[in-house]
Design a protein around this ligand. Structure first.
Ligand code: XMP
Length: 327
């Protein structure tokens, strides 16, 4: 456990200069550890794995094999952004895996939240291990583990392995360049590495993605309603200057329908639930007081642009008693 302790002498990274010094130090350390060998990384597009990938690309270029698994539960535009930033702009050796059908087929008819999480987690490991098996000469596995992950796993709260535990036949040495950083420091480093703000200041997003916001058994049409309404909410929050100010905001589409009226005809459609909360560490959360005109604007857009929806609701429940996510 000794090399899992942040050195007491380590200064908190708060400025671009301190970030640059950290980056230089890590480039040397990564090159010394890896040499001319190959490293595999699961790149979700989240802050931690993106910063980890950017550091490795700078250090060892195309010796890094980054695998992005699109499980169909990402937000609108996210898989495209990963390809644009890492493959097109950084010239990374990026393997994009379209596993959408595979995940959604496995999830068909499964309504229990824990079962959904298990399927998503297991399928992710299977897809990743398959891709790893296709690569020759990989000796290292890079992970975007950060310091709170280590502290929480010491406390027994959760396992800190982003990948969730790979099959034992994959014997990799770990490369974890951001493991002593706190989240705010990861963002400062990400910014210094030139990653886009939408990646660096990304809100917390659950591993099972939109899957936990498409409540109950996931169907493709309802999942699309979650994705489209989420994109509208994010767009309108950004336009209103709330991006980066509200801790987490998203939409949920439960598996219920209600009566409505559209073009003079009775409709039978889903509600979209808006959720916007503030928190420090996700253990408790308060509801953001979203201005009424903004709620009206978001409602009007969702009702006219998202298929299969006839109501918009705002979730007023703090955590506790509610949790942040609906599943
Ligand atoms: P809850 O819903 O428990 O969520 O109040 C607390 C925070 O954790 C996020 N969350 C998850 N993150 N995998 C994750 O990586 C998950 O299964 C998961 N479930 C919830 C949630 O978005 C919130 O920020």
């Amino acid at each position: 456990m000794e090399n899992n302790r942040r050195p007491e002498s380590m200064q908190r990274i708060t400025t671009p200069e301190l970030a640059q010094a950290f980056i230089d130090e890590q480039l040397t350390a990564i090159r010394a550890q890896v040499g001319s060998r190959k490293v595999l990384l699961a790149l979700s597009g989240g802050v931690d794995s993106s910063v980890c990938a950017a550091l490795l690309i700078k250090a060892i270029g195309r010796q890094l094999v980054a695998v992005h698994v699109n499980h169909g539960l990402l937000r609108k535009g996210e898989p495209e952004q990963v390809v644009e930033v890492f493959r097109n702009q950084m010239n990374a050796n990026l393997i994009y895996v379209d596993a959408v059908d595979r995940f959604l087929n496995k999830l068909e008819g499964v309504f229990d939240p824990e079962q959904k999480r298990k399927i998503i987690g297991k399928e992710f490991i299977d897809v990743f291990a398959e891709e790893a098996g296709k690569q020759d000469g990989i000796e290292f596995l890079a992970q975007g583990t950060i310091y709170p992950d280590i502290l929480e796993s010491d406390d027994g709260i959760k396992s800190h392995h982003n990948v969730g535990g790979l099959p034992p036949e994959l014997h990799f040495e770990l490369v974890e360049p951001v493991k002593f950083l706190y989240k705010d420091e990861v963002r400062v480093v990400g910014k210094a590495l030139g990653l886009p703000d939408s990646m660096v200041y990304r809100q917390p997003f659950p591993g099972p993605g939109l899957g936990v916001r498409c409540v109950g058994a996931i169907t493709r049409d309802r999942l699309e309603a979650v994705r489209e309404s989420d994109a509208i909410l994010r767009e309108e929050f950004a336009a209103a200057g709330l991006q980066g100010k509200v801790w987490q905001y998203f939409t949920v589409v439960p598996d219920i329908k209600s009566t409505g009226i559209r073009d003079g005809k009775r409709s039978w459609d889903w509600p979209v639930i808006l959720r916007a909360v503030n928190s420090i560490d996700a253990t408790s959360a308060s509801v953001e007081e979203v201005p009424w005109p903004l709620l009206n604007k978001i409602t009007a857009r969702i009702l006219s642009e998202v298929k299969g929806v006839n109501r918009v609701l705002y979730d007023l429940s703090p955590k506790p008693v509610a949790t942040i996510e609906w599943e």
